[in-house]
Design a protein. Structure first.
Length: 329
């Protein structure tokens, strides 16, 4: 998966001197022969970390996200460091059956994939909004409702601070067929749906992010922990970012039953809910004084669990790889 390289992006690269590493490793070779590993839909999950040079202030705007044939974008995060380097981390999974001779590389679709010009089926068009702001201390925490344009849903949220700037990154993915004239912008649903002005949120209509700030002047987290969603909601995404003296955790939730409408808070379930949704968060911390670990590899597997999210964060001394799992039912 790559941020779309088009005229808009090229102009940004020329003016900022952005640098991306590992292009050869991240692009499947057209001459690759069929391998001996077959993956059914959703079985092949890959993570990628790219480094760039975004002088002087980092990215700001809408960017389309591309994935190789046979794959879709699941998650994207952007982190900007004070030395003008940036790290973009990606999480993909195959949306058709693929085959490969190397699990750390993209496979090739077993069946030929067809794509109609400008028409993207559900899950095929992903786009990130990077909103750069000016801040002295950063957010002190909040619960905030998030709304996606018609035809899209929010799949990832990340908040980061660097050298007087904060970056709010929201990744969207289309959940219905859309017509896209500009890959770096939202498309228009093929079949528009008129929503009733109800006094409650129906299933999947309420997406809310919880941001927490903590004081941590030491090394940062290295732990495994279970997080729990409020009743009536499921966990969509978790991110961890460590600053010199503080740290930020963001958790993204979506309602799984109808809930009452409230502003910037969780609604009350309007149906009985059996149990609460949980996720296992694993944060690996490593020393890294120079450049971050640029790579493309198959995501870590954990017996009895499936991966829903990956996030990479780097500061002056350490790097953090965060994996979020849910139990296989």
């Amino acid at each position: 998966m790559k941020i779309n390289i088009n005229a808009k992006k090229i102009g940004l690269l020329l003016t900022t001197g952005a640098l991306t590493l590992g292009l050869t490793a991240c692009t499947p070779k057209k001459t690759q022969k069929s391998g001996d590993i077959n993956y059914y839909v959703g079985e092949h999950k890959l993570i990628e970390v790219d480094m760039g040079f975004d002088f002087p202030f980092g990215k700001d705007g809408l960017y389309g996200l591309e994935a190789p044939d046979g794959y879709r974008v699941v998650d994207f995060d952007y982190d900007y460091l004070k030395d003008s380097t940036s790290y973009s981390d990606y999480f993909y999974e195959n949306n058709t059956e693929v085959t490969t001779d190397n699990p750390d590389r993209f496979g090739l679709p077993i069946n030929e994939t067809k794509h109609n010009d400008n028409i993207y089926e559900a899950g095929e068009h992903s786009i990130v909004s990077i909103d750069r702001g000016i801040t002295l201390f950063g957010s002190f925490g909040f619960n905030k409702d998030l709304v996606a344009p018609e035809g899209y849903e929010i799949v990832d949220y990340d908040y980061d601070i660097t050298s007087g700037f904060d970056f709010e990154n929201i990744t969207y993915q289309n959940n219905t067929s859309v017509k896209v004239n500009d890959f770096d912008n939202f498309g228009t649903p093929i079949n528009s749906v008129t929503k009733d002005n109800k006094g409650y949120y129906d299933v999947g209509e309420h997406t809310i992010v919880m941001l927490s700030r903590s004081i941590n002047p030491f090394f940062g987290k290295k732990e495994s922990k279970t997080i729990e969603a409020p009743e009536g909601y499921e966990i969509i995404d978790y991110d961890y970012d460590k600053l010199p003296s503080t740290e930020y955790e963001t958790i993204l939730f979506r309602n799984i039953v109808p809930v009452s409408k409230v502003v910037n808070d969780f609604g009350k379930p309007l149906e009985d809910v059996k149990g609460k949704d949980e996720a296992l968060v694993v944060i690996d911390r490593d020393i890294n004084l120079l450049f971050g670990k640029v790579r493309l590899e198959e995501a870590n597997k954990k017996d009895g669990y499936y991966l829903i999210d990956f996030d990479y964060d780097k500061n002056e001394s350490f790097e953090f790889n965060t994996y979020v799992y849910k139990k296989i039912k």
